[in-house]
Design a protein around this ligand. Structure first.
Ligand code: SF4
Ligand code: SF4
Ligand code: SF4
Length: 269
């Protein structure tokens, strides 16, 4: 959709990590008003709506992504396919209908269940404060027989997780420091660092508001199917235990995070 210069100028003042969502909302507002271009009026109307907290057309959830798909060189994993599958899953659960039965008045932004993707551990889209945060990850592995101990890979790691062992003189990765960004893999001139595993790190229970908290990470790196299973489990818990439209984090604080990791179905309240 074409944007007028005035509309662009205003939306560009929105913080970068929510700008993508803001642009989509403004474009939806313009389309709703029957326009094929975005005018300043649409930005203002959208802002008014946001300030009043009203989401009359809310699906009851939001799936947000970072700018990884626009060609970001830091991308460890691409979220498009998993995000699309999760969107279908969430739509099939009618979260808006569920929330409307547990809240009074119109659904507001803070009621929505938020799933947030970052395609690498830089986490530009702030997955730590979403109900479910999903972070692209690559676990590196050094092939000792190929490593010459040249140390070229050391400065590539911002976490200081790689060392060249004194005795064997091969690179060693400290798993407790590695955030699985995968940056070291392409820097090795001998191809001695390989991709051992590619997937997703998952956090649950993050939120802002009066009682903010960061999501707790489910230890490990998960495949696309495993990530879907975990989100499914979070939804089962959300539906079984939700009191008054509360956030997933409030529920997990009450019942514990173990059920997210467990394969057993949650006990209804
Ligand atoms: S989270 Fe990573 S992949 Fe996504 S935009 Fe930020 S740096 Fe790029
Ligand atoms: S994956 Fe990233 S954090 Fe881990 S060792 Fe390589 S560069 Fe360091
Ligand atoms: S750059 Fe490659 S060969 Fe050199 S120390 Fe690192 S892993 Fe070994």
């Amino acid at each position: 959709m074409i944007w007028t210069r005035e509309a662009e100028e205003v939306v560009n003042k929105v913080p970068f990590f929510v700008r993508r969502r803001a642009r989509l909302e403004v474009e939806k507002e313009a389309a709703r008003q029957g326009s094929d271009q975005v005018l300043l009026k649409h930005v203002i109307d959208c802002r008014q709506k946001f300030l009043s907290g009203k989401q009359s057309d809310s699906k009851g959830f939001q799936i947000e992504t970072c700018f990884g798909s626009s060609g970001c060189p830091n991308r460890a994993n691409g979220s498009e396919e998993l995000a699309g599958d999760l969107e279908k899953m969430l739509l099939s659960r009618d979260i808006a209908g569920f929330l409307k039965g547990r809240t009074s008045g119109e659904l507001k932004i803070h009621h929505e269940l938020r799933i947030c993707f970052s395609d690498c551990p830089n986490a530009c889209s702030r997955p730590q404060i979403a109900d479910i945060g999903i972070i692209g990850a690559v676990r590196p592995r050094v092939v000792d027989t190929c490593c010459t101990g040249c140390s070229t890979c050391l400065p590539a790691c911002a976490e200081d997780a790689i060392h060249v062992g004194a005795g064997a003189a091969v690179a060693i990765i400290d798993a407790s420091k590695c955030v699985m960004c995968g940056k070291c893999i392409d820097t090795c001139p001998s191809g001695a660092i390989e991709e051992a595993e590619k997937g997703w790190r998952i956090l649950a229970g993050g939120k802002l508001g009066r009682h903010p908290q960061l999501g707790k990470e489910m230890e490990g790196i998960y495949s696309k199917d495993e990530a879907q299973e975990i989100v499914q489990r979070c939804l089962d818990i959300y539906f079984a235990h939700n009191i008054g439209g509360e956030r997933l984090g409030a529920i997990l604080n009450r019942i514990g995070y173990d059920q997210v990791r467990s394969s057993a179905l949650p006990e209804p309240t």
